[in-house]
Ligand binder design. Structure first.
Ligand code: PGA
Length: 248
């Protein structure tokens, strides 16, 4: 089965020269890369077009790190999913724990963004695992259920979930493969409870949190994850390419 490997570049590359250096190195790594998997990179919004044009012929897809929940209108500072799609992006990360934490995004906000992303055929990567207090498993349940209950089976099949335990993000710590596997099965069971087993089996579920070349094979294959969401390690094109190669 093809895996999806998504690089989340977060708020990095603080000027054009850093962007160009990263872009050049990334192209060097990926222009000859042969992979059976699907690779995507999510740069800061302002560099979306640059990366789309740069990577157009490499087979690497582009995604945004967020979008707004309306397609057009007077919403100063926000970016419409329609605009993101028009640039050539295929994916949009929604509900990352950093957005839930620093921008106070709620499950309702996340669902509204997912709705609009689907409307313009952008594939939302919905992050779950942000701990707003209490047990992690209860938070995941609440976050997944909110999406599952608000979308039809057809819509759910076009949504990707990313299980990202908040304590694993950027910490160098990862859950055991058994724990990741259990959580992935749990997320599937929540989807199955509303939309049936067949639908649940078809939904992509990624793992994210301190993924590096050394742990990606275990975290992705032993856990039956459909891929990985990579933050820190994707800031180095070389390290990101190593991750992709490990899954070949
Ligand atoms: P990390 O970030 O790989 O640096 O832990 C993952 C993420 O925030 O998506």
């Amino acid at each position: 089965m093809q895996k999806l490997i998504v690089g989340n570049l977060k708020m990095n590359m603080e000027n054009l020269s850093q962007r160009d250096t990263y872009g050049k190195d990334f192209l060097e790594e990926f222009k000859q890369m042969k992979t059976k998997n699907h690779v995507a990179v999510c740069p800061p919004m302002i560099y979306l077009e640059y990366f789309y044009k740069l990577l157009n012929k490499t087979g690497v897809s582009i995604g945004a790190q967020d979008c707004f929940w309306e397609l057009y209108g007077s919403y100063t500072g926000n970016t419409s999913p329609k605009t993101i799609k028009s640039i050539g992006a295929q994916f949009v990360i929604v509900g990352h724990s950093e957005r839930r934490q620093y921008n106070h995004e709620t499950d309702e906000d996340v669902a509204r963004k997912v709705l609009m992303a689907l409307r313009v055929e952008l594939m939302p990567v919905v992050c779950v695992g942000y701990n707003s207090g209490g047990e992690e498993i209860d938070n995941v349940k609440e976050q997944v259920e909110f999406i599952v209950k608000n979308f039809s089976q057809d819509e759910i099949e076009n949504i990707i979930f990313a299980y990202e335990p908040v304590w694993a993000i950027g910490s160098g710590k990862t859950p055991t493969t058994d724990d990741v596997h259990t959580m992935i099965m749990y997320i599937r069971s929540i989807i199955a409870a509303t939309h049936g087993k067949e639908c649940a089996e078809g939904v992509g579920i990624l793992y994210g949190g301190s993924v590096v070349a050394e742990n990606v094979t275990d975290l992705c294959t032993k856990t039956y994850a459909d891929g990985v969401l990579v933050g820190g390690a994707s800031l180095s094109p070389r390290k990101f390419a190593q991750i992709v190669r490990m899954l070949n």
